[in-house]
Design a protein around this ligand. Structure first.
Ligand code: MG
Length: 342
């Protein structure tokens, strides 16, 4: 197998602010694996708060014994090996997993969604995320969201109602809310849940601190809107403890170390009676197409990564009436790659 990788700075359209920080770009490690005459592409999106970097990704790729991987790839064995090699590092593990899935699809001549058993007719609409900002910039961001049928709003500072009112003055689309652990007072939080319910909010992500299981559970028992774990839900091992404390989970490929564990997490969450949102980080079309292939197995999708950036080096995934259309070409269905990328 021939391995190439490329550091890539993905630039955000607008500085992105959530409850606890602001940033303007995201470091990616793009990965290209060549085997049996085909090429698979993968991507690690290393948002700073997750602790991975160009250096850690390069170090991980250097440590992998690539000759252990041969087609047909045994993903269970490969993931056990990667987890044994080094704990953590879920984004670069996801890059390897996604590239091997893309390669598998190309070698089998099958689109990814078919390989993992997704029904294209069950594709949920995907949301467009609006970060915390001034009313003027929020209105500007909403003008970019014309193709979307649901808006995800970042809350969790002290102007939550003002932000929702600004949005409601412009659009009556349904809303998802992400508080990013920004709420701490239970009484205020439950009052806000009822108010947001009246404002047409359909779900709330990570209202309180990820370590405050009791606080989140208290809210889940009382909230008229589903409460979804995001920061509290990283790898599949976290899932069982969240049952009862949240109505559902937000899975992201950069947390689950790729498609293989994401699929296992979806199946396990279903068996526990939990709802599933599939989310993303700041990503190019590579990781977004992988998320899109899993989306029909989830209740909600928030896969807007490429739409919030200005230099996605691939064709944008196809969106129609607020839903992604899955490519029928083998593997991820990636197209339009910039010529000098690798
Ligand atoms: Mg979130």
């Amino acid at each position: 197998m021939k391995i190439s990788c490329k550091e890539f700075e993905l630039i955000l359209k607008h500085p992105f602010s959530i409850a606890k920080f602001t940033r303007t770009s995201t470091p990616l490690m793009l990965l290209k694996l060549e085997s049996n005459g085909q090429i698979g592409y993968g991507e690690a999106s290393m948002v700073p708060y997750m602790g991975e970097s160009y250096a850690s990704a390069q170090e991980f790729l250097n440590a992998v014994e690539w000759n252990r991987f041969s087609f047909p790839f045994n993903f269970e064995e490969i993931h056990a090996y990667l987890d044994d090699l080094k704990p953590g590092n879920p984004a670069i593990k996801a890059a390897i997993d996604i590239a091997l899935h893309d390669l598998t699809g190309k070698l089998l001549g099958k689109p990814l969604y078919e390989m993992i058993g997704s029904n294209p007719e069950k594709m949920p609409v995907t949301s467009y995320t609006v970060g915390i900002d001034t009313p003027e910039v929020i209105r500007e961001k909403l003008a970019d969201a014309q193709n979307f049928k649901v808006i995800k709003v970042k809350l969790g500072r002290d102007n939550d109602q003002e932000i929702i009112q600004t949005i409601r003055a412009v659009t009556d689309l349904p809303l998802y809310v992400d508080a990013n652990q920004g709420w701490s007072d239970r009484k205020k939080a439950i009052d806000l849940c009822y108010w947001l319910h009246d404002q047409g909010v359909l779900l709330i992500e990570q209202p309180m601190d990820k370590l405050d299981l009791d606080g989140n559970a208290w809210l889940t028992q009382r909230s008229p809107i589903p409460i979804i774990a995001d920061e509290a839900m990283q790898r599949i091992g976290d899932l069982a403890a969240l049952k009862g404390a949240y109505h559902g989970i937000n899975i992201k490929l950069m947390k689950t170390a790729g498609i293989y564990e994401a699929k296992q997490t979806i199946d396990k969450a279903r068996s526990l009676g939990m709802k599933i949102l599939i989310g993303c980080m700041s990503e190019t079309s590579i990781a977004t197409l992988a998320g899109i292939a899993l989306a029909p197995q989830c209740d909600w999708a928030d896969l807007d990564g490429p739409w919030l950036t200005v230099n996605n080096p691939f064709a944008q995934p196809i969106l129609e009436n607020g839903k992604y259309v899955m490519p029928n070409t083998p593997g991820l269905g990636l197209s339009g790659m910039k010529e000098d990328l690798f």
